[in-house]
Ligand binder design. Structure first.
Ligand code: FMN
Length: 327
């Protein structure tokens, strides 16, 4: 059975990519992912703030305290230079330790001084760089257009500084998601990763405090990326990589049927352990054997070939015809 595919245009042995997270924040963990059969890994993101912010410049009012608590911890622990050097050394060591592609990741919020740092990442041997772009949509003066332009500017600036493949990982907070994905995918990038899942603060009604709950996704969250992969497949000129809510081999198969080239997984490996990768691969192969598919191209995007299916992904209101029930 041939499970090979591509990620950022690079051939990988199978479509299971371990997503940027604590699962990929050290050489040992990356090695564990490779040993368990991962097709590729995306290293834990280095945050733009880690590259440009000095500890002393941080104030509790900064947006990042809310959106990027891990970056704040990191900045409080290491100086800017230490942080960057630790990251570059980790890329070098991971490249020596494993033979699967190792992608670096930067969380970016602006196209300012930091893109030059992307060149350092390239020099340290990363096979590609994933831009985890998120501009908090919490500024009343920020128009949708301006926000989208910032995404474009970031990608242009990074591309000027590197020749390795670029993946762009985004969330879904866009005024016009389809058009923005189209615009981004027409830039000089290699993959589009849909969608990141952000930190989701909750409220403890006993202590009356904000708490970090819901750190991991649930399988039902797969439907958001499934819809958008199906709608975009064949209509934009880039590889689509699915993320969020893919917890088992069925989730992987669904995303490939919708048109994904590969998938990124995280929560399921936190819950079931990294060796669960191997189970997912075995079960995928079994499903393919039962269906008579020898490779992923035999069924990639299959679901989008019928107009009825595409129409179902476009539909958002419940109707008797789509639910089978009259509410
Ligand atoms: C503990 C944790 C840390 C994460 N850190 C990052 C990160 O640094 N950069 C990033 O792009 N995504 C990060 N993510 C998001 C994951 O890469 C992934 O996109 C998200 O969890 C959705 O996939 P899942 O449903 O398989 O968990 C993190 C997720 C978790 C649970």
């Amino acid at each position: 059975m041939d499970l090979s595919t591509t990620f950022m245009g690079i051939k990988i042995a199978n479509p299971l990519i371990v997503a940027s997270s604590g699962l990929t924040n050290s050489v040992d963990r990356v090695k564990e992912c490779a040993d368990a059969g991962a097709g590729a890994v995306v290293l834990k993101s280095l945050f733009e703030e880690q590259i440009v912010t000095d500890k002393n410049a941080l104030t509790a009012k900064d947006d990042m305290y809310f959106w990027y608590p891990q970056a704040v911890d990191f900045i409080n622990t290491f100086s800017k230079e230490e942080g960057i050097n630790i990251y570059l050394r980790m890329i070098e060591s991971c490249k020596k330790a494993v033979s699967i592609p190792v992608m670096a990741s930067i969380n970016c919020v602006s196209p300012k001084e930091w893109p030059k740092f992307a060149a350092e990442i390239e020099k340290s041997g990363a096979d590609g760089i994933e831009l985890n772009i998120f501009i908090p949509p919490t500024n009343i003066n920020l128009t949708g257009y301006k926000m989208e332009e910032t995404y474009v500017d970031i990608i242009h600036e990074v591309r000027k500084n590197v020749s390795i493949p670029i993946g762009v990982k985004v969330g879904f907070y866009f005024t016009s998601l389809y058009r923005t994905m189209y615009k981004i995918s027409n830039l000089d990038i290699n993959s589009l990763v849909l969608f990141n899942r952000y930190f989701r603060p909750d409220i403890d009604i006993e202590t009356l405090r904000v708490v970090a709950q819901n750190v991991y996704s649930s399988p039902s969250e797969i439907t958001l990326s499934l819809r958008w992969i199906a709608l975009l497949y064949g209509n934009i000129p880039r590889e689509l990589v699915a993320a969020t809510g893919i917890h088992d081999y069925q989730g992987v198969i669904k995303q490939i049927l919708a048109g994904a080239s590969a998938v990124q997984i995280c929560s399921t490996l936190y819950k079931n352990g990294v060796p669960y990768l191997r189970t997912m691969l075995d079960e995928m192969e079994q499903w393919m054997a039962n269906k008579g598919y020898e490779n992923l191209n035999s069924f990639r995007g299959l679901i989008t070939r019928s107009e009825e299916n595409t129409a179902a992904f476009e539909r958002v209101q419940f109707m008797k015809k789509t639910t089978g029930q009259l509410f």
